[in-house]
Ligand binder design. Structure first.
Ligand code: BG6
Length: 490
């Protein structure tokens, strides 16, 4: 019978911008994401700005959004920004970690807010209060024997860097990031051993297909350049982490969306392979093998991209190969070269509707077997230990008599964990599973609170109203048993 390995890292995952709140407290600066309004499935999130004449405005918060010349992102009066208070983890971390410990967590994935450490991003010295906060959180986790898994950057670029340099297209961001990363690696040495320099850098390439109709030559150039800069920063972080503490283990974090061909037309088969290459392997190969894959040239030609690089970049890539591979898994994607009427978009997937799958209210497919497929395909390619750093079901929960009966979530997790078990039996070295949004948090795509993932309910609505009280859902007790039995009860 297949088993989860001893010392398997059972746990949960979050990101700073989606839980911390306290957006201006103790010296924290704003991030670009602090200028993101709330949305819903039907209404996209927007970024607010002030133009060069001081006039406010908004743009879509995705690849299609381009700021008018001279405009700067800004948080404005009269708008609701969910990240400003989020679920207030900055003040409730002790209570929340105690709940994680009650479930028996062995690992907790969280990220560090860059503007909490460097409020503008270009200071000489870090903000001590920000450092203290994270030290307290890590100590609190260790008190319960919970291993922190730390994403250094999960989408919250200091607003000053965003406005001054236009984000990651500018190479100078690599140096600012390295300063931030080095501070984290030195300050939290001994407290953190497992690091992920970046969250889902492949999203920039997945978005090219999502927003195919609005992506232009300029967006292609931008996306590939951003990824190059991120890959260089990633590799330098890996090398530095190993130098600072040989105990450190550094991993990739890829948005894992397996692609299936919609038909057996060879053109579909080929297109599906190319989707894997562009969306999944391009960033994964560079992080694991320390060099761009052979097909990178084809992609650069196809997209008419000319990368701005330095000779040392390629040496850095070689010197900074990751120690383990992590990924998020929510859904699979159906690829075809034929015309399709029924397109489904969810997270960073964009393809034909798969008649064999069900879809959530937000258009995300429910495909546990896809998780096994992804695990086996990736392990076969890289032979590195793997952690599923995000997986879960975003759903609306109903509070009845102080309880949440979320059997649908239990079902979802049970189905996905079953496939993990099979993959392990087939030889995959899966060492951990951190369920996404283990405590309800602000949805990244929609900004809603009502798209809930957690084992722990947070009493807060889409407008930021509520008591913030934490309530254990049925899935909380279920996950506790899963961990207690090391997955035997699944
Ligand atoms: C992942 C992101 O892609 O998807 C998370 O890393 C995000 O930050 C998660 O929250 C789920 O997406 P959403 O839109 O439901 O919050």
């Amino acid at each position: 019978m297949s088993k989860f390995p001893k010392n398997f890292f059972w746990g949960g995952a979050t990101s700073a911008i989606q839980i911390e709140g306290a957006y201006k407290e103790d010296g924290k600066g704003l991030s670009g994401s602090d200028c993101k309004t709330a949305g819903s499935f039907a209404k996209r999130r927007e970024l607010t700005y002030i133009d060069q004449n001081g006039k406010p405005g908004t743009i879509p918060s995705n690849l299609g959004g381009t700021l008018p010349k001279g405009a700067k992102l800004a948080a404005l009066d009269g708008y609701f920004y969910p990240s400003h208070e989020a679920i207030d983890f900055y003040h409730t971390y002790k209570e929340d970690i105690a709940l994680f410990a009650e479930m028996g967590f062995k690992m907790f994935r969280m990220s560090i807010s860059w503007p909490r450490i460097y409020p503008r991003g270009d200071e000489n010295a870090p903000n001590q209060k920000g450092i203290d906060f994270y030290k307290n959180v890590f100590n609190e986790l260790h008190k319960y024997g919970i291993e922190p898994l730390v994403t250094i950057f999960h989408g919250d670029l200091p607003l000053y860097l965003e406005n001054t340099y236009g984000g990651w297209t500018d190479r100078r961001l690599i140096d600012y990031y390295m300063k931030f990363a080095e501070t984290c690696l030195r300050e939290f040495k001994g407290l953190v051993k497992y690091w992920l320099p970046f969250n889902e850098m492949n999203d920039y390439l997945l978005m090219l297909d999502m927003f195919g109709n609005i992506s232009t030559k300029k967006t292609h150039q931008k996306s590939f350049q951003i990824i190059h800069n991120l890959l260089v920063a990633n590799a330098r972080t890996v090398a530095l982490a190993h130098e600072i503490d040989p105990e450190n283990k550094v991993g990739s974090m890829i948005c894992g969306i397996p692609n299936y061909p919609a038909t057996c037309d060879p053109a579909d088969i080929l297109e599906t392979r190319y989707r894997w290459e562009k969306g999944i392997y391009y960033t994964g190969d560079a992080q694991v093998f320390g060099e761009y894959p052979v097909f990178a040239k084809r992609l650069w030609n196809e997209y008419e991209v000319s990368l701005e690089t330095q000779p040392e970049d390629f040496e850095d890539l070689q010197k900074g190969k990751v120690d383990f591979y992590t990924f998020s898994y929510y859904m699979s994607n159906l690829v075809t070269t034929h015309e399709v009427k029924d397109i489904v978009q969810g997270n960073f997937a964009n393809g034909a509707r798969n008649p064999y799958l069900n879809y959530s209210q937000w258009g995300w497919s429910y495909d546990p077997k896809g998780l096994r497929y992804y695990l086996e395909a990736i392990y076969d390619r890289y032979h590195l230990p793997m952690i599923i750093t995000e997986n879960g079901l975003g759903a609306r929960d109903t509070l009845t008599d102080g309880k949440i009966h979320d059997d649908y979530r239990i079902e979802y997790l049970k189905d996905h964990l079953h496939e993990c078990k099979v993959a392990i039996e087939h030889g995959v070295d899966l060492i951990g599973y951190t369920m996404w949004g283990c405590i309800d948090l602000v949805s990244a795509s929609t900004g809603e609170m009502s798209k809930r993932y957690g084992f722990i309910y947070v009493d807060r609505d889409d407008e930021g109203k509520g008591t913030n009280q934490r309530i254990r859902k049925d899935s909380f007790y279920w996950y506790k048993e899963v961990i207690e039995s090391n997955g035997e009860m699944l």
